[in-house]
Ligand binder design. Structure first.
Ligand code: ADP
Length: 226
């Protein structure tokens, strides 16, 4: 479903962030990408949503080379791939409900559909009672659950999570990890970048380890070994 073929990324013509990355991810997999800060984890995720373009190599999502698609087709790619980040990236002037509904509005969905889907996804992430709250009225965990709800509302095949628990306490961290697991069990491919050793070791999923822009390990039921 996802294929990185000899991918490299060099920032500003000299800073090598990724070198010769070959990585295949099947539909429905849960893959954890680990590595120290600066190892290239975020860059891999940014390449997948075409926030960055590789300096070399090809990247396929569902048999399409996404390095070649024109910018006008990017919204289509980004509907296939939901994304969440350490800093949540919610719209501060919109309520939880509106933050999530917005993703459907821009996709051109009918108001009746929007109401139905937002309710479903709020129930899924356990935030039905916070629908009318603004981001500043939420805990970190609730903000991340809102971001997850927004990321999955369009039914993406893939969910990428870039250090989603980096700003959360232990209790909220596990809530978010459980939610990612649940979403994966529904069939969504999940790619989680983290440097949280405990999460990685408890998850027992495929672990891809990056070091200085190279994959140094790729193991099923992997552990955090850095
Ligand atoms: P990680 O997510 O593992 O912390 P990143 O993918 O963010 O790693 O970064 C990989 C390397 O690329 C780092 O050395 C970082 O400093 C560099 N880098 C990332 N983004 C940029 C950028 N926009 N311009 C220049 N260098 C960058």
């Amino acid at each position: 479903m996802i294929l990185f073929e000899n991918v490299s990324k060099i920032y500003n013509n000299h800073h090598v962030a990724l070198e010769n990355i070959n990585l295949e991810i099947a539909q429905g997999e849960f893959v954890v990408i680990v590595g120290r800060s600066g190892a290239g984890k975020s860059t891999i995720l940014k390449l997948l949503i075409r926030e960055e373009k590789p300096s070399g190599g090809r990247i396929f999502v569902e048999n399409e080379d996404i390095t070649k698609i024109p910018d006008v087709e990017l919204p289509c790619l980004r509907r296939k791939i939901g994304a969440i980040f350490q800093d949540f990236r919610l719209l501060s002037t919109k309520t939880v409900y509106e933050n999530i509904a917005f993703a459907l509005e821009v996709a051109g969905r009918e108001p009746s559909e929007i109401k139905k889907y937002v309710k479903q996804v709020l129930d899924l992430v356990g935030l039905a009672d916070k629908a009318q709250n603004f981001p500043h009225e939420l805990s970190g965990g609730e903000k991340q659950k809102t971001a997850i709800a927004r990321a999955i509302i369009n039914g993406p095949e893939i969910l990428i999570a870039d250090e989603p628990t980096g700003n959360l306490d232990v209790y909220n961290t596990w809530d978010i990890v459980k939610l990612l697991n649940k979403i994966n069990q529904f069939g969504t491919t999940v790619i989680l970048a983290t440097h949280d050793r405990e999460i990685v070791n408890a998850l027992n999923k495929r672990v891809v380890t990056l070091e200085a822009g190279r994959i140094i390990r790729d193991e099923q039921n992997g552990k955090y070994l850095i």
